[in-house]
Design a binder for this molecule. Structure first.
Ligand code: AMP
Length: 428
């Protein structure tokens, strides 16, 4: 597969939105959204998408990737003057569907283009009624889309642009068979845009199969952004809650997102935080879609300062100014770690990510640090009663390695020479 490869981390350059020669209504909406300059992925993708190229984008959320495909899609629909359902964006979660739908509304305001978010867990009737009114862009989770198509409520025969967003996540969540079925329902003659944060073999394979001579765009390294300061707090399981309360008391947090491993913990922790006077809310899979949306909206509109979420529930939350991500429970993989902490430090802001780790988490912590390529900075909270637990003694191996490598080279060389001399001396 011939690929036109662009690595933006090396040759970043700055463009303005004006250079894309966009429809006046889209330019005005961009301005109203407060976007002044395109982000790197937008600078790279928008001109290529406008020219009709397929794109394979390796980028995480927080890079401005949604607008990178939404802007050129809206532009193309306006210029082609087609009034069918022409663009399909496949996503792994309902939250992401809603978020992209909102971006479409925001950037398409002033135009007569209409979009819809399609996902399960809610009644079909509203979605069907909306589809009947005429839609140009559908942002859909695969299962419900197939359902609606099976019942002939949606016509996919005019699709000109297909986007797979967070393709790696969709694969993780078992959507690949559904995606293959959907692709078979679409016209062959179309433009395909493929976005993922990681590129494991099965994803590469799928991309190679469905993309035609794609422009490959990679934004930065696939590792947590530099704008996030990462800290690890060793703590025994039983003291996690008190440590959290102590940290929140000492730290000036703006909006904080706390991750727990289970729905039960998310619920309890949000309740305990509320009891202590924090404006906190839980976001977990057992909640109805309405309740979830209310929690997300409340967090976005600063009715709540703290959102306590599980991983699945939190996917796709689009709140730019999250100051702190707190991993109350350690994530189950380095990929989840990257996704979680990528929720802060977004759109040129800086953020802090705190991770609590107890001894049971040693294996996971090692794996995460191995993938990150360096240890996370350890921290002990001053004046916190750790009981018999000595945080400085935990996770020593990595820590001492970190200290060692931080030592100036000449010290190590001196020590090597001393040891060599000792050996020679002992031999004698
Ligand atoms: P995304 O990676 O699409 O989730 O976008 C991350 C955040 O960046 C969203 O809140 C967008 O509204 C915001 N954003 C997107 N493009 C720009 C831009 N050109 N300038 C400033 N903020 C942006």
């Amino acid at each position: 597969m011939p690929e036109n490869t662009i690595n933006t981390s090396k040759d970043l350059f700055y463009m303005t939105f004006k250079q894309f020669l966009l429809d006046k209504r889209i330019s005005a909406a961009i301005q109203d959204s407060g976007y002044i300059t395109p982000t790197p992925i937008q600078s790279r993708s928008i001109p290529k998408i406008l020219k009709g190229h397929d794109v394979m984008g390796l980028a995480q959320t927080g890079t401005g990737k949604t607008a990178a495909f939404t802007i050129p899609i809206l532009q193309q629909l306006l210029t082609s003057n087609k009034r069918h359902l022409c663009a399909l964006i496949l996503v792994p979660t309902r939250e992401l569907a809603e978020q992209i739908h909102l971006t479409n509304i925001k950037l398409g305001k002033g135009t007569d283009l209409r979009s819809i978010a399609i996902y399960g867990g809610v009644s079909k009737n509203r979605q069907i009624a909306k589809l009947r009114k005429g839609i140009n862009v559908a942002i859909a989770c695969p299962g419900r889309l197939l359902d609606l198509h099976g019942d002939e409520h949606i016509d996919l025969s005019h699709i000109k642009i297909l986007v797979l967003d967070e393709a790696d996540r969709m694969c993780d969540m078992g959507f690949m068979p559904d995606i293959r079925r959907i692709i078979k329902l679409l016209p062959n003659q179309r433009q395909t845009l493929f976005f993922a944060a990681t590129m494991p073999d099965d994803i590469k394979h799928l991309a190679n199969k469905i993309l035609k001579e794609p422009v490959r765009i990679q934004i930065g390294k696939i590792s947590p952004t530099k704008s996030v300061a990462q800290v690890l707090y060793p703590v025994p399981q039983g003291l996690k809650k008190s440590l959290l309360f102590a940290i929140l008391k000492q730290t000036s947090t703006g909006r904080a997102l706390i991750f727990t491993r289970t729905k039960y913990k998310a619920r309890n922790l949000a309740r305990d935080l509320t009891k202590r006077g924090y404006r906190a809310v839980a976001l977990q899979g057992d909640m109805s879609q309405n309740k979830r949306q209310r929690a997300i909206d409340g967090f976005r509109r600063t009715k709540y300062d703290i959102l306590v979420a599980t991983d699945v529930a939190s996917r796709g939350i689009d709140v730019v100014d999250i100051s702190h991500v707190i991993n109350y429970d350690i994530p189950d993989s380095s990929e989840t770690y990257t996704h979680r902490i990528g929720r802060t430090g977004r759109a040129s802001k800086t953020g802090e990510a705190f991770t609590f780790a107890s001894l049971e988490d040693t294996r996971l912590l090692r794996e995460i640090e191995k993938d990150l390529g360096s240890p996370i900075k350890r921290k002990t909270l001053q004046d916190f009663n750790y009981g018999n637990f000595i945080p400085e003694n935990q996770f020593q191996t990595k820590y001492s390695k970190q200290k060692r490598s931080a030592r100036p080279r000449r010290h190590r060389q001196k020590r090597k020479l001393r040891n060599k001399a000792k050996k020679v001396h002992n031999k004698q």
